[in-house]
Design a protein around this ligand. Structure first.
Ligand code: FAD
Ligand code: DHB
Length: 389
């Protein structure tokens, strides 16, 4: 096979890039290791920055998001029984969109299929060849057959465990990592959300987050030991623990019900430098991971897609390779800021196993400063709604 851009990974980064390139008449083939149903069964992020919303519009995939998504003008932050609001609209003029990653991915798959896009699912043994040459190619197996794609460029959108990052030789690649000593137990329940906006809760029993997907689908998370097993948590035990971590007047309003999904995710900060090796470009989780506090994972993947899409468009439309040459530096500048925000918000909101009473007092002092100081609120809000591309 032959294409202009071979895209490895059919998650949100790969599909969005493919659909945006299509709008510019640039051809791509997406290679995905799993089935479409598997990809659409993953429940992940829920809050979209305006930049991603705009790219979905540009990609012609925003109709359902506009009809079914919920713009949020602020978020609540609690500590013990105290609660305050960060008003995104007033502080930044920008809302965020509550719309699940699963739905974003479904809309992108549909759009790609409608426009005749080529997505090869169930591929195995993907190998990137000659990334440093002018004639790179990708090989893989599908239904037992060996196949090959010749291309101009390769986008590595294959997530944290993909092959793309590892293609960059260890002599070139630098990796920076922080693993947090806890995880998040996340659940879904077909109950109305406890609050019309998200609540991020610092409690002395650990962090909790009250989020949602729609009027009758709630998404809740609680901090848990990383060694924990979701099967150790009965529905009742989960609801009891959540109630103890949020303000009591909020807990009194919580509607509980059967949990339809329960899983534990580890928390990690990770950055790979550079994000580019010859004609291979890394996008999204393939290059970086943030802890989920602040919802920057999917949104930072989207900003990489933005830079790469514009770089490739400039190259194919006007022959300019400035964007392509500058991709890694440009993407990384924004990535590190998202890493900082996610690390800061995680550090502020969780209980650490080795935390002293003094450390907890520092968190409370910082939360009280944030509650009362407009400059601090503005900095928080600007980061939460998304820094400019
Ligand atoms: P991915 O979504 O990982 O997509 C990569 C794709 O590449 C996958 O479909 C994978 O099957 C495919 N692939 C992998 N290897 C290969 C290969 N060798 N060949 C071909 N295809 C391959 N972010 C938040 O903001 N909030 C959250 O609550 C949140 N929860 C999360 C929970 C979990 C369990 C995980 C893993 C992530 C979560 N994230 C969350 C992060 C967010 O979901 C990611 O940042 C986002 O999915 C990144 O998109 P991506 O397309 O770069 O990578
Ligand atoms: C969700 C996840 C997050 O990590 C976050 O900060 C906000 C919302 C969610 O899944 O709804």
């Amino acid at each position: 096979m032959k294409t202009q851009v071979a895209i490895i990974g059919g998650g949100p980064s790969g599909l969005l890039l493919s659909q945006l390139l299509y709008t510019q008449g640039i051809d791509s083939i997406v290679l995905e290791r799993k089935t479409k149903d598997y990809v659409l069964g993953r429940i992940r992020a829920g809050v979209l920055e305006q930049g991603l919303v705009q790219m979905m519009e540009e990609a012609g995939c925003a109709d359902r998001m506009k009809a079914e998504g919920f713009p949020h003008d602020g978020t609540e932050i609690s500590y013990g029984d105290e609660i305050f609001r960060i008003d995104f609209a007033e502080l930044t003029g920008t809302p965020v969109m509550v719309y699940g990653q699963t739905e974003v991915t479904r809309d992108l798959y549909e759009a790609r299929e409608k426009s005749g896009g080529q997505i090869e699912c169930n591929v195995e043994d993907v190998v990137i060849h000659d990334a440093k040459s002018d004639a790179p190619f990708v090989t893989f197996t599908q239904d037992g057959q060996e196949r090959r794609i010749d291309c101009d460029y390769i986008a590595g959108c294959d997530g944290f465990h993909g092959v793309s990052r590892k293609t960059i030789p260890e002599t070139v690649r630098k990796e920076y990592e922080k693993v947090y000593p806890f995880g998040w137990l996340g659940v879904l329940s077909e109950t109305p959300p406890v609050n019309h906006e998200l609540i991020y809760a610092n409690s002395d029993r650990g962090f909790a987050l009250c989020s949602m997907r729609n009027e009758n689908l709630s998404r809740y998370y609680i901090q848990c030991p990383i060694s924990d097993d979701p099967n150790n948590w009965s529905d009742e035990a989960f609801w009891e623990e959540l109630k103890r971590r949020i303000p009591s007047d909020v807990a009194a309003k919580l509607v509980t019900g059967p949990l339809i999904e329960k899983s534990i995710a580890p928390l990690r900060s990770f950055v790979c430098e550079p994000m580019q090796y010859g004609r291979l470009f890394l996008c999204g989780d393939a290059a970086h991971i943030v802890p989920p506090t602040g919802a920057k994972g999917l949104n930072t993947a989207a900003s990489d897609v933005y830079y790469l899409y514009h770089a490739l468009t400039a190259f194919y439309k006007s022959g300019s390779s400035d964007g392509i040459e500058g991709y890694s530096a440009k993407a990384l500048a924004r990535v590190w800021k998202a890493e900082r925000f996610s690390w800061w918000f995680s550090s502020l909101m969780h209980q650490y196993p080795d935390q002293t009473v003094f450390d907890h007092k520092m968190q409370i002092a910082e939360l009280e400063f944030l509650r009362s100081n407009r400059a601090a609120q503005k900095a928080m809000a600007e980061n939460y709604v998304g820094l400019p591309y």
